[in-house]
Design a protein around this ligand. Structure first.
Ligand SMILES: CC(=O)SCCNC(=O)CCNC(=O)[C@H](O)C(C)(C)COP(=O)(O)OP(=O)(O)OC[C@H]1O[C@@H](n2cnc3c(N)ncnc32)[C@H](O)[C@@H]1OP(=O)(O)O
Ligand SMILES: N[C@@H](CCO)C(=O)O
Length: 377
């Protein structure tokens, strides 16, 4: 196995250029699994204008390694371009002539919101002491942010993958506060398969000698080998077998030694590339905390099951799976639709698998446009 030589991770830290981020200090948050985070800060970005009635706000929820930068170029404070570039703006599916769009970095993340790399009250980074958080905790924090912004009801809450988990949790735990909920390439609960794929990823991170039980910040070396292995495993699950066969086949990586002299398969080089990219922009502790939050996800847990949990939601629910998604197969979207009468079921066609929800912008845009309907103002 080739482990690339990864440079030090450069996730966002207070004092760095905030870019387009704003910050809300939301105070203490009591967590579902016990304990309290004494001082939660949320980083968020907005597009458009909140109207006088405060009823035109849309919340966009990012996936595992996303952040608040949904739309816009890379640059000050942002290591990547917007992860859904093309969806927000005048005349676009999230039309800023109509909507006030909000996106926040999730609780436990590493792009400005309180997470393991944030300082604990003793002035040291939380590191391995950061408490377990659940998708429900993350949504509870987003509800505090909505309160702070004066948004009582979201015109829409939408997201894909882990973002879809938070979107459907919003409809479940705050049914009166969501008019339209759009859940893309996601699920009402983490499946055995998703939890299973997660396990070797977290073992890889925790087995990295640089991990130090999560207290690595002060050592000056981050567990990027472990994080890189986790990303390689995950990335394969995000793509489709047919796509990989078509793109890479059994080819050797161009410009390298032949395979029989130590060269890499092109597909290995591709995975190494994605491992290196994530290692440069993401915190391994956040990867662990957020993965475990995803494993906690089950909107029906303690609420009498999924159907009972969703029964109080009277808004519009739209679910869309990607036809080639092997990690969040379409049957999970079908299941939500079967359990919640009145759900609109859409399909996204893609050769890319799960990542289709990030790549098939036109189809995602059409789902959003249809869900949000025409401007009736
Ligand atoms: C929802 C969120 O918030 S997640 C935040 C954004 N998501 C991510 O960053 C996740 C990681 N990335 C991805 O999952 C995908 O790249 C996506 C979904 C963003 C885009 O997918 P695609 O457009 O199909 O890109 P693809 O997976 O082919 O990757 C392209 C990269 O691989 C590189 N690449 C392609 N083939 C090879 C190869 N043989 N060897 C090395 N690198 C390769 C390309 O040069 C390109 O590099 P760059 O991204 O640094 O420019
Ligand atoms: N590529 C996505 C996949 C998870 O849905 C991410 O990194 O967040």
């Amino acid at each position: 196995m080739t482990i690339t030589d990864l440079p030090t991770t450069s996730f966002w830290r207070p004092g760095d250029d905030p870019g387009d981020r704003q910050f809300a200090a939301l105070g203490p948050v009591v967590l579902e699994r016990g304990g309290t985070l004494p001082d939660v800060t949320v980083a968020y970005e907005t597009w458009g204008t909140l109207n006088a009635a405060r009823d035109n706000a849309v919340l966009v929820e990012h996936a595992l390694t996303g952040d608040s930068h949904v739309e816009g170029p890379p640059g000050a404070g942002h290591p990547t371009p917007g992860w859904w570039d093309g969806l927000i703006g005048p005349g676009r599916p999230l039309d800023t002539d109509r909507f006030f769009v909000v996106a926040s970095n999730v609780l436990g993340g590493c792009q400005g919101t309180t997470g393991p790399s944030s300082d604990a009250p003793d002035g040291r980074a939380w590191g391995g002491r950061f408490p377990a958080v659940t998708i429900r905790d993350q949504v509870a924090v987003e509800a505090l942010l909505a309160d702070r912004l004066g948004i009582r009801v979201w015109a829409a809450v939408l997201g894909g993958s882990m973002g879809g988990m938070r979107a459907i949790e919003w409809a479940t735990s705050h049914p009166q506060r969501v008019a339209t909920c759009i859940v893309l390439a996601s699920t009402a609960y983490a499946t055995a398969d998703q939890i299973a794929w997660c396990q070797p990823q977290l073992l890889a991170i925790r087995s990295d000698p640089a991990f130090h039980d999560g207290d690595y910040y002060e050592h000056g070396v981050v567990p990027s080998d472990g994080l890189g292995i986790a990303r390689r495993i995950a990335h394969v699950t995000y793509r489709h077998e047919g796509e990989l066969a078509e793109r890479f086949g059994r080819e050797a990586q161009a410009g390298e030694e032949p395979l029989d002299r130590g060269g890499r398969f092109a597909v290995e080089s591709y995975l190494d590339h994605h491992a290196g990219k994530l290692g440069r922009r993401f915190d391994a502790n956040s990867y662990v905390v957020l993965s475990e939050a995803m494993n906690s996800h089950d909107v029906g847990r303690g609420r009498g099951g999924v159907a009972a949990a969703l029964a109080a939601f009277e808004g519009s629910l739209v679910v869309a799976g990607v036809d080639t998604d092997r990690l969040y197969p379409e049957r999970l979207s079908d299941e939500i639709a079967a359990l919640r009468p009145g759900t609109t079921l859409r399909h996204i066609t893609s050769r890319f698998g799960h990542d289709g929800f990030l790549i098939e912008i036109e189809q995602v845009g059409a789902v959003i446009r249809d869900a949000l309907g025409a401007d009736r103002s």
